[in-house]
Design a binder for this molecule. Structure first.
Ligand code: PEP
Ligand code: MG
Length: 866
């Protein structure tokens, strides 16, 4: 099989073999753009290199030499001889991959070819500068020598009285020998093979491996190598180099955006030593080149049907294109460009939908820090991105104090349901412990609040009310800025950019709604959440966590009374009060949703989570119940689980205390009756049971609540439609899904608990040891953020098949955190669930991801960032 290609032997569809750079250069050659000639050594050659024990085989070497010969003929130049051919050597994986070695320019120079170059160009300054740059780049990139050493050496040499270019070159080579113990390679072919070898090797350097791990890129893809004839942007004043986008990558505006430098080579643009000029200035400096560049840029954009990021070089007034790729853009620009391109007739709606990275969309709703401001800010530390968004506020270490001053960021070791009020008042939340599905993150996402979890670098001193992080002491009341996109925590206030939910986004989301198959519902526990999710397009509520309702206002004291009292009369009175409160809560939510499904999940957490923790609250409880503090403490200890996540929680509560779920079922149906009577005639209340482990358990609970519902309907002399369903959160429930399906109207996979129970990993503690799992390649993805398709996903698929076998009309969805994750949504589409449910701020993500999942699954439309 052929392993080395000329540019005119390939095209864009061969990117897996030729790499992104190589495939695009071949494509540009094919459509007649001015590209310096070159050759591509394929990714297959890289794979062989590893198979052969990290060696370039003789066969490959010969093939490269044959192609090199052709290149000399095409260009009329000689590699290592008179009229010298110099080349750039660059890596180019199928997916753009920072972390690998990048570019060597001017390869082929030695003392002899330098002289020949001077004969051709009649400019020794230019030639020696190019030569020294080559020595520096080769030393850095092939041998790993810090480039600063060569900058310093040059500075030192220039200060000498009798400085000559030749001396600088000699000193550079001596430095090379001093550090590597070898002579600098003089022979161009040896230089070339050393460079190719280094590129192949860099595929497996640590940085590249980590990058692949984070971005879920296959380790077996390999990289290609592009060897291209040099053109010289540093030749004279009519030469230069630049980078430009065909549209503004930040605003999406349809005009060329970029910069350039005259009399400069490749890396000068990014090196920051000279300040580049904005591309508009080229219009004045080299007007013909500007006009030609604009024309070619448009042509490339039309051809590739996407915004392009183009590198170019001008040699003595002639324009060359060196690279093009689909340009990275801000989420705002991504939506605008997609919508504009459909309106310009360049893309179909389906194609446009694939071009927006769904996971970045929350940034449009929350805003973000300005990039310039981040660069100047002091980074204190980094946790996990718990909930998207950014927040600026004063540090506060207690949820209770969070409401004393406005604009607080609650910093806690970990949050508990008791903190909910503090969380609702805070701008953002930081926790020292806990992963992305920990309580703090779930609640924050539900409220659309920014949250950083698991920032282990923080040490809180509660007594002094200060924390220590990144070498700084931050006192309660000091300002910090946090990013829920990156998990970063900055000192002070970092300047914000504005949120951008505009007409383009609305139009784009509408296209996605029209195309998707999966329904997108929201996880909402309050009327405010429900209103928000509805405004983003949620089709009803897929999960209303009723426990959250008890942490609002003073309701908590009623449930505490119900749990802690030993007096049947008191318990009954507390239950009745809870019933009234719940009915009110449900009425408020139903009224906002107005029509369609509202799935209310009955109480789930272990009872002790509701109980007082602080001494003064325990004292208050003792007074309410008229018992001693010691007695209260004893009762609290009795209710504590050794292993709360697998303890007395979920529907286990209803087996030991059926009156709890009965009360909730009554409240739901009574509230629905009132709302329906008030005009919400299309409302469909659905009752959901958590943590079911089998059919018998389900039947026991269902019998109780159905009896209660019947009583309510009789008392009101009315019949309304309602449904009863179950969460699927335990492996046993999934394995017995065919039996369970007989007694329910719907399944909803609680993938937070299902991941925890299937993998045997605590959703709150796994953050402590998971990093090593990713770093060592044991796990590719964070299983609480992206569904573990092979394990947990297998149970989802099996339970779906078993459930539908028993009851084809069974509605099946998912309401764990994975419901808002694009990659997981692809999986849920593939197993044909009916809906996903996620927090209000993820609804847009889910709508777009659901449309993309459908296009991928049914129309084969996909998109690759190159
Ligand atoms: C789940 O376990 O996936 C779920 C939605 O329930 P919770 O997060 O409330 O346990
Ligand atoms: Mg659960």
């Amino acid at each position: 099989m052929k392993k080395v290609y000329s540019f005119n032997e390939g095209n864009k569809s061969m990117i897996n073999l030729l790499g992104g750079k190589g495939g695009n250069l071949a494509e540009m050659t094919k459509i007649g753009l001015p590209i310096p000639e070159g050759i591509i050594i394929s990714t297959q050659a890289c794979k062989d290199y590893y198979k052969d024990g990290e060696k370039i085989s003789k066969v490959l070497e010969d093939e490269i030499l044959v192609k090199l010969d052709e290149l000399q003929k095409q260009t009329g130049k000689n590699f290592g001889g008179k009229n010298p051919l110099l080349v750039s050597v660059r890596s180019g994986a199928p997916i753009s991959m920072p972390g690998m070695m990048d570019t060597i320019l001017n390869l082929g120079l030695n003392d002899k070819t330098a002289q020949y170059m001077i004969e051709v160009f009649k400019d020794s300054d230019f030639v020696y500068q190019s030569y020294y740059r080559f020595i520096q780049m080769f030393s850095e990139i092939v041998m790993g020598i810090d480039k600063e050493i060569f900058f310093d050496l040059k500075k030192e040499m220039l200060e000498k009285d009798n400085y000559t270019h030749q001396q600088l070159i000699k000193a550079g080579k001596e430095k090379y020998r001093e550090i590597t113990g070898h002579d600098f390679p003089e022979e161009p072919k040896e230089q070339l093979f050393m460079a190719i070898n280094a590129i192949f090797k860099s595929w497996n350097n640590e940085r590249a491996k980590i990058y692949r791990n984070i971005h879920k890129i296959d380790d077996n893809l390999g990289t290609a190598v592009v060897v291209q004839q040099m053109v010289f942007g540093n030749l004279n004043e009519k030469s230069g180099t630049g980078v430009a986008f065909t549209r503004d990558p930040s605003s999406g505006e349809n005009h060329i955006f970029g910069e350039y430098l005259l009399k400069a080579q490749g890396e000068d643009i990014v090196a920051g030593i000279r300040t580049p000029e904005p591309i508009e200035k080229l219009k004045e400096q080299l007007p013909d080149v500007y006009i030609e560049f604009s024309k070619l840029a448009k042509k490339l954009e039309q051809h590739n049907k996407d915004m392009q990021d183009i590198e170019f070089t001008i040699e003595n007034g002639k324009l060359y294109l060196l690279q093009t790729r689909n340009g990275k853009r801000s989420p705002y620009a991504a939506v605008k460009i997609a919508v504009d391109m459909v309106e310009e007739g360049l893309l179909t709606k389906e194609e446009a939908i694939m071009k927006v990275d769904a996971s970045t969309l929350p940034q449009l709703l929350h805003g973000n820090f300005k990039q310039e401001a981040i660069e100047k800010a002091v980074l204190l530390g980094k946790g996990l991105p718990g909930s998207a968004g950014v927040a600026i506020g004063r540090v506060m270490f207690s949820a209770e104090r969070a409401d004393i001053r406005a604009m607080t960021i609650l910093v806690r070791e970990e949050t508990s349901p008791e903190d909910i009020k503090g969380i609702s008042l805070a701008q953002g939340i930081v926790t020292v412990k806990g992963g992305v599905t920990s309580h703090g993150a779930v609640v924050a996402r539900g409220m659309g609040k920014c949250c950083v979890t698991g920032c282990a670098a923080i040490k809180i001193n509660d007594i002094k009310r200060e924390m220590y992080i990144g070498g700084y002491t931050v006192k309660e009341g000091d300002f910090i800025s946090i990013s829920g996109y990156t998990g970063e925590i900055y000192l002070g206030k970092v300047e914000l950019s504005a949120p951008q939910f505009d007409k383009n986004l609305k139009k784009f989301v509408k296209w996605c709604q029209d195309i998707k198959r999966l329904k997108v519902r929201m996880n909402a526990d309050t009327p405010a959440d429900a209103k928000l999710g509805k405004s983003f397009g949620a089709e009803g509520i897929g999960l209303c966590r009723t426990e959250h309702m008890f942490f609002q206002k003073d309701k908590i004291w009623t449930i505490r009374q119900m749990i802690l009292s030993n007096e049947p009369k008191e318990v009954k009175a507390a239950l009745e009060k809870m019933h009234q409160m719940q009915k009110e809560d449900f009425k408020n939510i139903f009224t906002v949703v107005e029509e369609g499904t509202v799935i209310v999940r009955l109480l789930d957490p272990p009872l002790h989570e509701f109980l007082p923790k602080e001494a003064k609250d325990k004292q208050k409880m003792a007074e309410i119940l008229g018992v001693s503090l010691e007695e209260i403490e004893r009762r609290i200890v009795n209710l504590k689980d050794e292993n709360p996540m697998l303890g007395h929680r979920g529907c286990r509560l209803a087996v030991t205390r059926p009156e709890l779920y009965n009360m909730q079922a009554r409240a739901i149906i009574e509230a629905a009756i009132e709302c329906i009577k008030n005009g919400c005639t299309k409302l469909l209340p659905e009752i959901m049971l958590p943590l079911i482990i089998g059919a018998k358990e389900l039947q026991f609970i269902k019998r109780n609540i159905e009896g209660e519902i019947k009583r309510v309907l009789q008392e009101n002399n009315i019949n309304i439609e309602y449904k009863i369903g179950t969460m699927m959160e335990t492996p046993r429930a999934c394995l017995l899904a065919d039996e369970i399906a007989r007694d329910v109207d719907f399944f909803s996979f609680g993938t937070n608990d299902l991941t925890q129970t299937t993998m045997g990993l605590s959703r709150d503690d796994s953050v402590k040891f998971m990093t090593e799992y990713y770093e060592n390649g044991i796990l590719k993805v964070e299983p609480f953020a992206t569904i573990d398709e092979r394990g947990v996903g297998k149970l989802v698929k099996l339970a779906t098949e078993l459930g539908r076998r028993t009851k084809p009309e069974l509605e099946i969805g998912i309401c764990g955190e994975h419901g808002g994750d694009p990659q997981s949504i692809d999986f849920f589409e593939s197993v044909k669930l009916d809906y996903v449910s996620c927090s209000p701020f993820r609804v847009l993500v889910a709508i777009v991801a659901a449309a993309q999942a459908k296009l991928k699954a049914y129309k084969g439309i996909d998109y690759k960032w190159i």
